[in-house]
Design a protein around this ligand. Structure first.
Ligand code: AMP
Length: 558
């Protein structure tokens, strides 16, 4: 299919903010797409080039993009850069310079979707020295074969900044509508295989039923809604609940298909290579011909054997070198809380009670290697309070609250699992701006403008500068500055403030939420402080406006 056809749809999608209209536009388009292009086009509409579960990133810098635009358009790099400083969006810059293109080089061929996907995928795959120029060449080739409008979208796609407002929900509904299948079936398939591209193809061919949960292939994990208090939790989840200690580690699923082991994070990144120690543990301690186990991996101090907060071990997740040594330095204990697949059978629809009983049978526990999460099954509020306080004394974040008879619902925030924390639920916010410091802190970004999400938009909710250390800590001003600098939107500065591309997510605690005309969300946080980086979360998982409103309501009742 010609890329032009997709570009027309991008334009149409861009024109409306209405969800139903977007769904209609997309579903009409999906009907027309030939089977061979369908999977790729779903990714491109979602603003990605790989399925959701695939951790590869394009990783093409604005600097390289300026070069590619310059070559493709015949404009000087400095002109492209100065336009970028003015407009703050390289997509728009490209459209402008390609429209005014000086020498009209002959397009060597018409741009088709397949070329866009193939070239951009190579960007993610090429590694090592000397590949920068090859990558720039690949992008230049695409731009050279594009008209101004196509080039705009190529640039946005390559910079992973498409933003035509197509959420996963719209993709799901459009697939259902286009291929006349129930929305719930499409959603279920999406949860199982975390790949709406493939789901679309299966829906078109009426093969959705055949989707199976398979060890080795990540699926979306079950997630928890905040519970206001114990009483409300019983109201929401029934008379008997399984309460578990909520540990401060990171989510990990262990997959074993009878031959190989795979480990996935909550964001479905494959981290098998980074955790050879865990593979050793599960080999010895879990019985079974095949399985998928859901756990929290918690770091502990090698000497004292005490649990460590997540930040201390977070570096293990991205490690590429010295893996064995890092594993020895920062050991983790697996705290298992669920089994979703066992000996060839999908257990998602079995009640938690049964899944937990099975776990007891198949896991040989050993402290600081592999244990089951500590649990209390009860209908008695007093008992829960005691368990909750004990957990807090032990340094836990609070309790997980689970429907004892409930099934495992992948990918959804439903009232099957809830979390009960002591303080007002911290918010996961994205940094959208920052301010340069003065004096001792000159050259460092020290105050951060933060936003939550509302639909597909980010809405500001305040500024935060406390909670971060000057030095010698996991999260320092220096570290955040290094992370934010490449994200600064050129030319966006007013005085000491800069805008940054929304990417870095931080968890923010506060005393209260209050209404405020100052920020676009209409809300502000009183006494905000940064708790930690949330590199494990994606932008889709930011706290949203509804949560803020709920927190405000619960505050009033106190
Ligand atoms: P949150 O990150 O605040 O949304 O809380 C949900 C996360 O808590 C899960 O994704 C797990 O990583 C973590 N967690 C800690 N202990 C448990 C537990 N006992 N059961 C389920 N999740 C847990």
């Amino acid at each position: 299919m010609d890329y032009k056809e997709l570009v027309d749809v991008y334009n149409e999608l861009d024109k409306t903010t209405k969800r139903l209209e977007k769904t209609e536009i997309l579903s009409e388009f999906l009907k027309k797409i030939p089977k061979n292009d369908l999977q790729s086009i779903i990714y491109l509409v979602e603003g990605r080039i790989f399925p959701e579960w695939d951790e590869r990133k394009i990783g093409f810098s604005s600097r390289s993009m300026i070069k590619a635009i310059s070559v493709a358009s015949g404009e000087s790099e400095s002109k492209v850069e100065s336009l970028f400083n003015k407009k703050g969006d390289l997509g728009l810059v490209t459209e402008e310079v390609m429209t005014n293109k000086k020498q009209r080089t002959l397009r060597s061929k018409k741009l088709v979707v397949k070329d866009v996907i193939e070239n951009t995928r190579k960007l993610a795959e090429l590694e090592g020295k000397g590949t920068v120029n090859r990558k720039i060449g690949l992008v230049t080739e695409l731009l050279g074969n594009s008209n101004a409008e196509e080039a705009k979208y190529i640039v946005k796609t390559v910079l992973e900044n498409l933003r035509v407002g197509v959420s996963a929900g719209i993709v799901r509904d459009a697939i259902a509508k286009a291929f006349k299948v129930e929305v719930s079936k499409v959603e279920k398939a999406g949860d199982y295989i975390a790949d709406y591209g493939e789901v679309a193809v299966l829906a078109k061919e009426k093969r959705l039923k055949g989707i199976l949960l398979k060890p080795g292939r990540p699926f979306k994990l079950m997630l928890a809604l905040p519970a206001e208090n114990i009483e409300k939790a019983f109201k929401d989840l029934g008379e008997t609940i399984q309460f578990e200690e909520k540990l401060d580690g990171f989510r990990m699923t262990v997959h074993y298909n009878g031959k190989e082991y795979n480990l996935f994070t909550r964001r479905l990144e494959n981290v098998t290579k980074q955790f050879p120690d865990i593979i050793e543990i599960v080999k010895k301690h879990i019985k079974g011909k095949s399985y998928i186990i859901d756990c929290e991996a918690v770091g502990y101090d090698k000497e004292t054997k005490k649990y460590l907060p997540f930040q201390n071990i977070s570096q293990r997740i991205k490690r590429k070198h010295n893996i064995e040594e890092t594993a020895r330095k920062f050991p983790v204990e697996l705290n298992v809380f669920d089994v979703i697949f066992y000996n060839g059978k999908n257990l998602m629809n079995n009640p938690l009670k049964e899944r937990r009983e099975l776990l007891e049978k198949i896991i040989k526990k050993e402290k600081r290697k592999i244990v089951l999460t500590k649990k209390l099954v009860t209908g008695n509020e007093k008992e829960v309070e005691k368990f909750f306080n004990q957990a807090l004394e032990k340094g836990m974040e609070g309790l997980m609250v689970k429907n004892y008879e409930g099934s495992y619902k992948p990918g959804r925030y439903v009232k099957g699992w809830m979390k009960l924390k002591n303080v007002l639920e911290p918010l996961d916010c994205v940094i959208v701006g920052a301010e340069w410091g003065n004096g001792k802190r000159a050259g460092l970004l020290t105050s951060y403008r933060i936003a939550i999400k509302h639909g597909d938009e980010f809405e500001e909710i305040g500024k935060v500068s406390t909670g971060i250390k000057e030095k010698e800590a996991n999260l320092t001003y220096w570290k955040l500055t290094q992370m934010l600098k490449p994200l600064i939107v050129k030319g966006s500065g007013k005085g000491k403030e800069v805008k940054v591309k929304p990417k870095i997510i931080i968890e923010v605690a506060y005393e209260e939420v209050q209404r405020s005309p100052t920020y676009s969300s209409g809300w502000a946080l009183r006494f905000p402080r940064v708790l930690r980086l949330r590199e494990d979360k994606s932008l889709r998982e930011l706290s949203d406006l509804d949560l803020v409103k709920r927190i405000h309501n619960s505050q009033k009742k106190k």
